[in-house]
Design a protein around this ligand. Structure first.
Ligand SMILES: N[C@@H](CCC(=O)N[C@@H](CS)C(=O)NCC(=O)O)C(=O)O
Length: 250
């Protein structure tokens, strides 16, 4: 597990502050956005970073290589197996191309100019490719798993080194989930949860998902998985990975 987190941390460091801090979108979609996604795909990462930065939730439909659960849907809807693929039931728009999707999200929901870093889109793609390298094949290829009846919910932010392995396993197992974004808006949130507890600091986030988690569990630590099928809520990436394998592995 230590090696797993170390290489995940390397991916996080490569992306600098991308996919961590957020300024919430001006408008929140009434219905969940749907993202057909491969976790370690550098293009998909860009879209998930934008989701964190805009504080937008989404239903993630994992499409790892050799996956049979959601891949065919993309081919039927858009005509080819290329990822990411965004479906927005609020506007009826469906689209390929990571940088077009990022621009669409900022325009439609952010309702603010596309930040400068996103205008240098090709540089972002290159940086994201470098961030994929340390994770190699993790989160890329399907492994057999059972499909839960109700959608799991993952409280996460894109560049969390602890949330990444959980998203990778969900992707490999082709388990669809609601991505509940929990980006950072407060300086104190950069302190790791154990340090916060030791110093008795409770950051006062205004983000809906962070407030919800604080109310639900009395603390905010990322990742947090809620499984409505078994009414189980879990912090700690290692425990979540074990739970997913035990509950939905074949
Ligand atoms: N220009 C596209 C490139 C997307 C792309 O090449 N995605 C790869 C995954 S990283 C893909 O769809 N490969 C086909 C496959 O996985 O079957 C974008 O920015 O979205």
């Amino acid at each position: 597990m230590a090696g797993n987190i170390a290489s995940s941390l390397l991916s996080t460091l490569v992306r600098g502050s991308n996919g961590i801090s957020c300024t919430p979108a001006a408008v929140k979609p009434a219905q969940l956005l749907q993202l057909y996604d491969i976790e370690n795909c550098p293009y998909c990462r860009l879209v998930r970073e934008a989701l964190t930065e805009l504080d937008l939730d989404a239903e993630i439909l994992p499409c790892p290589k050799e996956g049979e659960r959601f891949r065919p849907e993309v081919e039927q809807r858009g005509g080819k197996a290329q990822f990411p693929y965004l479906v927005d039931p609020n506007t009826g728009i469906e689209m390929y191309e990571s940088l077009d999707i990022v621009a669409y999200l900022f325009e439609t929901y952010g309702q603010r100019p596309l930040p400068l870093k996103w205008r240098a889109g090709r540089l972002q793609t290159l940086g994201s490719m470098l961030a994929s390298a340390p994770r190699m094949q993790q989160g890329m290829t399907a492994r057999p798993g059972v499909s839960p009846e109700y959608l799991l919910e993952l409280y996460s932010f894109e560049s969390s080194p602890y949330a990444r392995p959980v998203r990778e396993l969900l992707c490999e197992m082709e388990i669809a989930y609601i991505l509940r974004n929990c980006g950072r808006t407060e300086l104190q949130e950069w302190l790791l949860p154990p340090v916060r507890s030791a110093l008795k600091i409770t950051p006062r986030s205004t983000l809906e998902n962070r407030l919800q988690l604080q109310d639900l569990e009395g603390r905010v630590s990322i990742p947090y998985l809620y499984d409505p099928n078994t009414e189980t809520g879990l912090f700690e990436s290692a425990d979540i990975l074990q739970y997913l394998s035990d509950t939905y592995g074949c």
